[in-house]
Design a protein around this ligand. Structure first.
Ligand code: ADP
Ligand code: MG
Length: 697
């Protein structure tokens, strides 16, 4: 355990980071590696050899016996295959070896990872390639090398490669725009700070629930007498057991060079949040994957289990992952932050307008980026933004945009803003930007907070979409600005046009209200409530052309990825429906039959000795009726599941069948089972209840 206050000492101790590289690599090698990291320049073979050797020595000194190429297949999890450093020698001993080739390239069997038919299993070869922009690190006595994952024929099989490509797209297009403003930064980078929500549950209790075990969320469960209505958990005092867990998580993350920063209790009982300081998108993505993994691992050490599912409990807030996104230059200028020079503020308005246009034009694609079976239960419920994508700007900025739209360019707010920037937006200085927590895409002073993502999602896919759609609108801005004499006037004109054409997506009101749903419909904004409704948009011409234009996905890659996402939904629903049937038939029904018999037996005994047992008799009757309804609903769900059309034939039709037929049958079964739970003795009930799960942590 770390001594108090030694964070700086342990921070990054398990990472082959810049200081470690600097101290262990020859000067020239370090310089050329740094160049690769900063500019993406190709790495020389000889340099790789030297780096590999230094990495190996460092890893072995730190207790490693193995190394692994660490990659992010389309499952949304990370994958690893470990090889030891041992190399046999002629005298039957071993030496520890690690070559430049082994560092740069790996060849895991790719046949069992989803590829959407891109690569038939007989062509099982897949390649991993070192991503030097994300540092290698040590975990469980292995050296982890972050890599991308490609097929033999060069198609991407992972989430990392397209993420890097999307970062390249935004780098390219933003630089074109900046060049028109007379600026030539080396790079434009997109940043993300993901706020990770999660639930903790006692591991012993969790193990007694087949639904939590198999699906990560409860499929049955009556509401506890106390939910979250007292608002006593949000930012509340952290219990000792939880606090010990959180401390250990922080420590593990710090060692891995992850800037774990904020932790607090969330709205629901047993719900918490951890947020890091933001970093470059690809690094933030790696770090978020590691954070989710650490939350699970450390929970186990404390007799806890960490639920990352978007909706572990019905009737209680679900978990999201707020994706705070921004872009900035390698010179440290944040492009979504107003400055204090007139020219900078025109530039700010242009970037702001480009983001708004991107969100409006590609709302359907943004929606798909957060479409998962788990998140369907969360979006549009009372605790999360609706499935309608809209942008929140805050009052001051909205006023400026309004005046620009209505043509009052010379009017006070606009003129003042352009002259003084941040000064005219006092609210930004306070870093308070009202916190409209009901908006899916909210401007928060120097970044946008995308609040729709689900807690279990990899943030790679989300940021691939945000980076690419913004790169796209920026490319249009650059097209219009290049070669223009009066850049300031032209940029302002472009911004105004974009605000005008996309004002439907700007909404500053309460996104959780029913009125908004109606209003959004009047504005013509898409409201794609479920994953199967949203998913086809990812294969639309709009989407295919977008990703192709910016070199992020080929048309085939976009199509196959859509199929993979759709199949993942179908498989999840299939497992959930089968788990429900299993629990209902094997646990809940037998319990209800026994308990109804127990009550009926009591009535019979009492009546046989002349005691009036009318109330008990009525209760026995009620239990019997509910139990027979339970049997009916089990049968109905069985029939619905049996009728599911084949996913292989049409994964999208299968998805819609789940929405239209299976989910309603699941809900009906759950309803009667939950009613029975409130009637049957706790002694009989076969699994821990919501009260047990939520309050015994
Ligand atoms: P909230 O008040 O929204 O809950 P948190 O402090 O929990 O805020 O999280 C905010 C997140 O936004 C942090 O991860 C923070 O590092 C990140 N963030 C701050 N500035 C930026 C920026 N310019 N770009 C991206 N992320 C940022
Ligand atoms: Mg937060």
């Amino acid at each position: 355990m770390m001594k108090n206050g030694n964070v700086a000492e342990i921070f990054g101790e398990k990472v082959f980071n810049l200081p470690t590289m600097k101290s262990r690599l020859p000067k020239e090698t370090y310089k050329s590696l740094l160049k690769t990291i900063n500019t993406g320049a190709k790495l020389d073979e000889k340099v790789a050899e030297v780096v590999a050797n230094a990495m190996k020595d460092w890893a072995i000194e730190n207790g490693c016996t193995h190394y692994t190429h660490w990659f992010q297949p389309m499952t949304g999890f990370t994958a690893e295959k470990h090889d030891s450093f041992i190399q046999p020698t002629s005298d039957s001993t071993v030496i520890m070896e690690f070559s430049g080739k082994e560092l740069v390239m790996g060849e895991p069997d790719a046949s069992s990872f989803p590829s959407g038919g891109l690569r038939a299993t007989f062509e099982a070869r897949g390649y991993t390639a070192w991503d030097p922009t994300s540092f290698a690190f040590i975990k469980d006595n292995s050296l982890y090398i972050p890599t991308t994952f490609l097929s033999y024929t060069g198609e991407v099989l992972d989430k990392k490669t397209p993420l890097l490509r999307s970062m390249e797209a935004i780098n390219k297009q933003a630089k074109r725009v900046l060049k028109c403003f007379g600026k030539n930064p080396e790079r434009v980078v997109s940043y993300v700070g993901p706020e990770q929500e999660y639930f903790l549950v006692d591991k012993k209790l969790r193990d007694q629930r087949k639904d939590l075990l198999l699906t990560g969320r409860t499929l049955f469960g009556a509401m506890p007498p106390k939910g979250q209505e007292m608002d006593d958990h949000y930012f509340g005092q952290i219990k000792e057991r939880i606090s010990a867990f959180m401390k250990e998580v922080d420590e593990e993350l710090w060692k891995l060079g992850i800037y774990a920063k904020t932790k607090h209790n969330e709205v629901a009982p047993a719900q918490h949040e951890i947020a890091p300081v933001f970093s470059t998108t690809n690094i933030s993505t790696d770090h978020n994957q590691l954070t989710m993994e650490m939350l699970k691992k450390v929970a186990g050490r404390h007799g806890l289990y960490c639920l990352l599912n978007e909706k572990p409990y019905e009737g209680i807030n679900g978990s999201g992952k707020h994706n705070n996104w921004s872009i900035g230059t390698s010179d440290g200028e944040l492009l979504l932050k107003p400055g204090s020079h007139p020219m900078d503020n025109v530039q700010f308005l242009l970037f702001l307008a480009a983001v708004i246009k991107a969100v409006n034009k590609y709302a359907t694609i943004l929606r798909v980026s957060v479409a998962t079976a788990g998140n369907d239960h969360r979006l549009g419920a009372n605790e999360a933004p609706p499935a309608i994508v809209s942008v929140y700007l805050g009052d001051q900025l909205a006023q400026i945009v309004d005046e620009l739209i209505s043509g009052n360019h010379e009017d006070s707010a606009v003129a003042e803003f352009i002259e003084t920037g941040v000064e005219a937006l006092p609210i930004l200085k306070k870093d308070a930007t009202d916190r409209n927590r009901t908006s899916p895409f909210a401007f928060t002073g120097n970044r946008f907070e995308f609040r729709m993502p689900g807690s279990s999602q990899s943030i790679a896919g989300i940021n691939i979409v945000i980076n690419t759609i913004v790169a796209d609108t920026l490319s249009e801005c650059a097209d219009a600005l290049e070669g223009c004499d009066d850049v300031k006037a032209k940029a302002l004109e472009l911004a105004v046009d974009m605000f005008k054409e996309n004002q439907a997506v700007i909404f500053n009101g309460n996104g959780y209200s029913d009125e908004w749903v109606e209003e959004a419909e009047r504005r013509g904004l898409p409201n794609l409530k479920t994953t199967p409704e949203a998913m086809p948009y990812f294969k639309s011409e709009l989407s295919l052309a977008l990703f192709e234009k910016h070199g992020v996905f080929s048309r085939t890659e976009t199509t196959t990825r859509t199929d993979i996402m759709m199949e993942e939904y179908d498989k999840t629903l299939n497992i959930e429906a089968l788990t429900m049937l299993d629990m209902a038939k094997q646990e809940i029904l037998p319990t209800c039959l026994s308990y109804a018999k127990f009550v009926a037996d009591g009535v019979a005994v009492k009546q046989s000795i002349g005691i009036d047992a009318a109330a008990e008799k009525a209760f026995a009757k009620e239990l019997t009726e509910l139990t027979s309804e339970l049997m009916t609903k089990i049968e109905e769900l069985s029939v619905a599941v049996a009728g599911t059309p084949s996913m292989e034939e049409d994964a999208f039709a299968t998805g819609m069948y789940y929405v239209d037929t299976v989910i309603p049958a699941m809900n009906a079964l759950r309803k009667v089972a939950d009613t029975l739970e409130t009637k049957v003795s706790k002694e009989y009930w076969p699994m821990p209840t919501y009260t047990d799960l939520l309050y015994h942590v």
